[in-house]
Structures are given as C-alpha cells and as structure tokens.
Ligand binder design. Structure first.
Ligand code: TEU
Ligand code: CA
Length: 542
C-alpha cells in the first residue's frame, strides 16, 4: 500500500463548544483552540478533526449548518479560522473539517427557498413527498425519535429528515446539490485544510421510497465523483462516519484503488453493550462481553489487509467516556484509562483521541432530564416516557449512553469551571475537574497524558505499530486481551487485563524489552505473569 502521512498520524478531535472559551460567554471558540495549539503540539498529534464550526442555529450543536462558508458567530470569524489553519501549520498540525452534507439546517438558504413553493429552483435540493392516505409517506424513522417526515404547511407536502426536523435531508440524486457540495469542499481545500471527516456519509445514497437509508445503490458512485471533483489529486485525509459498516463495506470505501476515502469509522465494537433485536437501540443496556470485544476488534484488524485502512477510537462527541463506560472511573481510574490507550494505540490503523480522553475525563451523571442539553437524549426521553418507561430507567440509560457525557467542558485546571470559561458554561462542568485536569496531568510524569504522549511518540519511531501484522492470543482468560504485532522479523506482545481481578497470563515467548506499561515494572515480564487489575503492558519478544 502506498504510504501516506495519515497512516502514521494521530488525530485529535475537538468539540469547539466545549474546548476553551476566551470571551466569557460560556461557549468555546476558535481563539480558545488557537490558545491550546502548543498543548496539542506537546501531546504530539498531527491533525485536528474539528467538529462543525460553520454558521448554525445549533439545533444539533453545529451539525445543522445554515451556511457552509461562514463561521458560527459564537465561535469567531473567518479570520480566526484562517489563523487556526496557519497556526496549526506552523506546528505540523492539519485541520480536518467536519463535512455535514447528508442534511443542512432548515435555516440554510437552499431550504428557505425550497419550502417556498413546489416550483422553486431549490425545491428538488431536498426530499419532498405527498401524504399517503392522509399520513406520513412511509415508515422511515428519525435517529432522533419519531417519524423522519415533517409536514410543511405552505406547500402541503412532507420533507425528509433522518435527524431532527430542523435538519432536512439533501437530495443527492440532484446533480446541482452534488456540484454545490463539491464547490464548497474546494472552498475549504483552497483555505488549506488537511481533509474532511464526513458526517453520516453512508446515508447520501438513500432511496427514501424504498426505505433504504444506509449503503444505497449510488453511494459509492457519488463518493468517487466527489473524490475526482475535490480532494482526489491532493494529499488530504478523509474519514467517513459509517455506522453500519462491515469489513467488506469498509473496503469499498477505503481501498485506495477505488479512489474514495482514506478510511472510515466503523462502530461494531461501540454497539457491544446494547441489547440486540427488533426495536432495541443504544439505550437498551447490557454489560460488555470482553470476549466479544476481542473478537470484533481482532476481526477488523485482520480483515482489511491491503484493501483498506482502519480508524481506531473509543470516544467521540456522540459516545460516553471510555474510562466510565468499560473501565473503572473510581478505584482504577488511571490504570483503566491508560489500559484503553495502550490496547488501542498498539493496533493497526489511525488513532483518534477525543478531547479530554488524554487526561481520563469521565461521564457526568445527571439526576434529572432538565440537566440534559442534547437533542437526541431529550427526544428519546419524551418518546420513551410516553411509552411507559420509568424516569429512573431512562436516567440510568442517559447516564450510561447520553451524548452530553462526552461533551462537558474540557478540564484545564482546578479553578472554577475548570478554566474553561470565566462565565456560565453552556453545559455543566464535571466537579471532578478539581483532580482530573490538564494542569495536574502535565505536572505528574506518571499521568495519563504522558501515556498518550509516549504512545504517540512510539508510533512515530516504530514502523511495526503502523504496518505490522496482527495476531490475537487465544489461550488467555476471557478478561485478558493480548495480541502480537510483527514486522520485519520483530515481534511485540500487547497484554491487557480488562477487569478488577488479577489474571494469570502465560507469555508464549520471553520478554526482551519493555516498551510501555501502566504499572511500574522493574523487570521485563517473563514466563507466567499475574496481570493486576487493569494492568497493561507492551514488550518486545523477538
Ligand atoms: O452522528 C450520526 C449518528 O447517527 C448519531 O446521531 C448516532 O447515531 C448517535 O449519536 C448515537 O446514538 C453524526 C454526528 O456525529 C452527530 O453528532 C450528529 O448529531 C448526527 O450525525 C447528525 O448530523
Ligand atoms: Ca466564547
């Protein structure tokens, strides 16, 4: 496979609203990001995936865009954006824009026009259908609860919205829509961005009348067309958000020969702690099975071969914090946060850090729905309450899976509001910011931050981590996740005990060199070792 910069890179995701406020309005901004570029350079990352910063009425925190070529006033100006790109460049940090083109905001000029009349030039930019027997056109559902069809009084038709009713779906079958999107992408490419993260890109080939949403028949044709019209001949990084992807589907997107995307986010591991079956979704909780986690991640490690590339992540702005979710955010907070870093960053693929993950930020439990800000959470709560779920059960699900968990303000130091803002933060700051913060992490050489920093540095030093073969060790306790990476005659062994109990592990080969660990080890592990609670290490065995 031709080597590209992004194969060896680590990407840091910023959710701008919660990163750093500089003007006291309680909302993070672009100047706040610029202020912390030195921190990110110190961590060693190569690129920032910037969640949307475009003009937006914020029905879904910027994922509802009303102007793709303007910056949200709360976040700053186009000048700030240009400075972010150039200041990033000085530090070897590229900016990856969030491309949200499955839908726009209902305040986008195209939709404002489209809804005026059936004859409007922009009408066909969106998906309009007549009522069927006085009701919605069909059974399509919104990810944010309820029907995906909204009735529009003015013209007496329904429009499609796979997310909130303020996020009307674009009609990708319309050639003009596609050309407008490509022109907009070129606007950002000309500004010097490093690539695009493509929001729910698996939905753009939808066939609403057949109730096909993901993986529609024209999806890959559109992506190939986009590639040719925009980034194809530039050295950019692209990553598609594709919820239902299997390894076979991942190859369609990311096989370099097909000229589509660099890589995708697959979510198979993310769904392992939800109940399976008809009508069940992420709110229906079940405990994680570690053997399943091993099986799923290992499958993805080997399945793509030379025909695709993996993204590696535990967290993003839609997911709960990994240390709270599958680790232990009290007794073994530091150990389990480091374990998840070591386990993932030794795998093959491009790792993504979500802001705050590098200091072990945790979920923030709410006790009442009035504390929630996220539209998905609020809509689900209303819907399920009406269906007869108890408040207690719903709050439990929200505390486990709600999107606000990962969106609380970045914890910089132990001052009021964690140094995020001098004003009223838009979303509650976790009180554990007194202990869990960047300042403490930077002062302590054993902190989670320095584990991340070291893992990132190791990736730069060792081609084995980027290119080596992967093999799961199968003869282990259920709770022990161990694998080997091999490259050019060298082999490393990664061992991680994802539990609060000690477990023995028989090392197939003697350790020659200790690469990294989350407990302090005086000797290189040999023979049969006892892995302590959440212990993880990497050793060279040949
Ligand atoms: O997420 C896609 C998506 O389907 C999520 O809403 C996901 O299903 C959910 O959060 C987990 O249950 C992307 C963005 O990442 C998300 O923030 C947006 O809300 C959504 O698209 C719409 O743009
Ligand atoms: Ca601000």
């Amino acid at each position: 496979m031709e080597k590209k910069w992004w194969h060896q890179s680590v990407v840091y995701q910023i959710y701008p609203r919660s990163f750093q406020d500089t003007n006291g309005d309680g909302v993070g901004d672009l100047k706040g990001i610029i202020q912390h570029l030195d921190y990110l350079e110190n961590l060693g990352i190569d690129a920032i995936w910037l969640s949307p910063v475009y003009q937006s009425p914020n029905d879904d925190n910027g994922y509802d865009i009303s102007d793709y070529e303007a910056i949200m006033e709360e976040f700053g100006t186009m000048e700030d954006m240009e400075r972010l790109i150039s200041e990033g460049k000085k530090r070897g940090i590229k900016i990856i824009m969030d491309l949200v083109v499955n839908h726009t905001s209902d305040e986008h000029a195209w939709f404002v026009e489209a809804r005026k009349s059936k004859e409007n030039d922009y009408r066909d930019y969106y998906v309009w259908r007549d009522a069927v027997e006085g009701d919605v056109p069909n059974g399509l559902r919104s990810t944010f609860s309820g029907t995906a069809w909204e009735f529009d009084e003015t013209t007496g038709q329904y429009f499609l919205h796979l997310f909130s009713k303020r996020q009307p779906d674009l009609n990708w079958e319309n050639e003009n829509v596609r050309q407008e999107v490509y022109a907009m992408m070129n606007f950002w490419i000309d500004k010097g961005v490093g690539g695009f993260r493509m929001d729910v890109i698996d939905l753009i080939g939808k066939v609403p009348d057949k109730e096909i949403t993901g993986n529609g028949p024209n999806l890959h044709r559109y992506l190939q067309e986009m590639n040719t019209a925009t980034f194809g001949d530039k050295d950019l990084m692209t990553v598609g958000e594709t919820w239902g992807a299997t390894p076979e589907i991942a190859k369609l997107y990311s096989n370099p020969e097909r000229k589509e995307l660099s890589m995708i986010f697959q979510f198979e591991h993310v769904g392992l702690d939800q109940e399976q079956g008809e009508g069940k979704d992420k709110w229906d909780l079940r405990p994680l099975s570690i053997p399943e986690l091993k099986q799923v991640l290992s499958k993805w490690q080997v399945a793509l071969g030379d025909e695709g590339w993996n993204s590696l992540f535990w967290n993003n702005h839609d997911l709960p914090r990994i240390v709270s979710r599958w680790g232990n955010d009290t007794t073994y907070h530091d150990q389990s946060a480091k374990l998840f870093a070591i386990l993932l960053y030794m795998m093959k693929g491009t790792p993504y850090i979500y802001q705050g993950e590098e200091i072990g930020m945790t979920n923030y439990p709410i006790s009442d729905i009035s504390e929630a800000q996220d539209i998905e959470t609020i809509n689900m709560y209303k819907e399920r309450l009406a269906l007869g779920f108890t408040k207690e059960a719903l709050i439990e699900s929200i505390n486990a899976k709600g999107r606000d968990n990962g969106r609380t303000p970045m914890q910089w130091n132990d001052s009021p509001n964690a140094g995020f803002t001098t004003g009223e933060p838009w979303l509650h700051v976790n009180p554990n910011a007194k202990e869990i913060n960047v300042k403490n992490n930077l002062e302590n050489p054993d902190s989670i931050f320095y584990t991340y920093k070291k893992l990132i540095a190791l990736r730069k030093q060792h081609a084995l981590i980027v290119w080596g073969d992967y093999e799961l060790l199968t003869e282990t306790a259920d709770e022990v996740f161990a694998y080997k990476r091999s490259y050019n005659g060298k082999t490393w062994l990664v061992a991680a005990n994802i539990s609060e109990e000690a477990h023995p592990l028989e090392l197939p080969e003697a350790g020659k060199e200790l690469i990294i660990s989350n407990y302090s080890l005086t000797d290189v592990p040999q023979g049969t070792v006892t892995l302590r609670p959440y212990e993880a290490f990497v050793i060279r065995v040949s």
